[in-house]
Design a protein around this ligand. Sequence first.
Ligand code: 13P
Length: 326
Amino acid sequence: MIHAGFEPDFPLLWIFKPLRIMDFAVEIAKLKKEKNAVILAHYYQIPEIQDMADFIGDSLALARKAVETNADIIVFAGVHFMAETAKILNSSRKVLLPDISAGCSLADACDAEELAEMKREFPDHKVISYVNCSAKVKAISDIICTSGNALKIVESFPKDEKILFVPDKNLGGYINRMTGRNMKLWPGSCQIHDILNAEKVLKLKIAKPHAKVIAHPECNAAVLEISDFIGSTAAMLNFIVQDSSQEYIVATETGILHQMQKLCPQKKFFVASNDETCPCNDCPFMKLNTVEKLYLCLRDESPELVLSPEIIEQARKPIEAMLRLS
Ligand code: 13P
């Protein structure tokens, strides 16, 4: 049970308890029904939010779900670019984000004006943008990809096509190495993946010699080099279900461990961390969303994600191109 406010320290204040305590899970379920709302959550959300969601997924699955839903309101428990993608794909729905300041270090690394300038400099290059970018960047891209389909999207272009890959240099570098291509890479990275250090992962591997290292492709090349499996959040979950190992070192955001433990309760998972004091790797933006904010945004129908019709129109084309291919 999750309760609003704090339990009062002073015993006399317990008299007000019935007025202050609210079961968010029950209230959220009521509001969802009343307002015909759906909660979509990313695997990096806190466990309580994941458990309240109607659908949990990686960014590709969430984009697909946003297209399909008939709900009047989409509450997107994730970060800003994900809620934007939902709005672009289903613009007649109201899209809410529990904390509107839940951004993304990768998306912030690529400014649409700078990309427009780069396009002018390299007019013969196709722009493939990783979904972790702003709607304005999407609007001037040729096609979008996610970590779940990046390889397929890039390989859909002829081998000699000149490509500018935006904004994740780590995912782009990984695709270059996998395909033998030489895409130009925008110099962006995700702060929680890029910070992971291969030496620290190896130290953990020495301490847990039977554990396989599984990594998200947003990790730097040195971490990917020592990984046994590389894939999107959904691909990592599939892997641990099908693989016979009993222990894993997980090089991505901590939130995914909730689903891993649920899917394989008998297995052990260790988060690759750069923090000596904490076995965790939390995205500060993903973790801005709380159950209380989720409740309030559904109750007040705010904060709402708003985009101009022009941006929606322009950004939808490269996202739909991706969905057709994947
Ligand atoms: P996925 O596409 O694997 O869900 O990754 C999303 C993300 O933002 C990783 O940092």
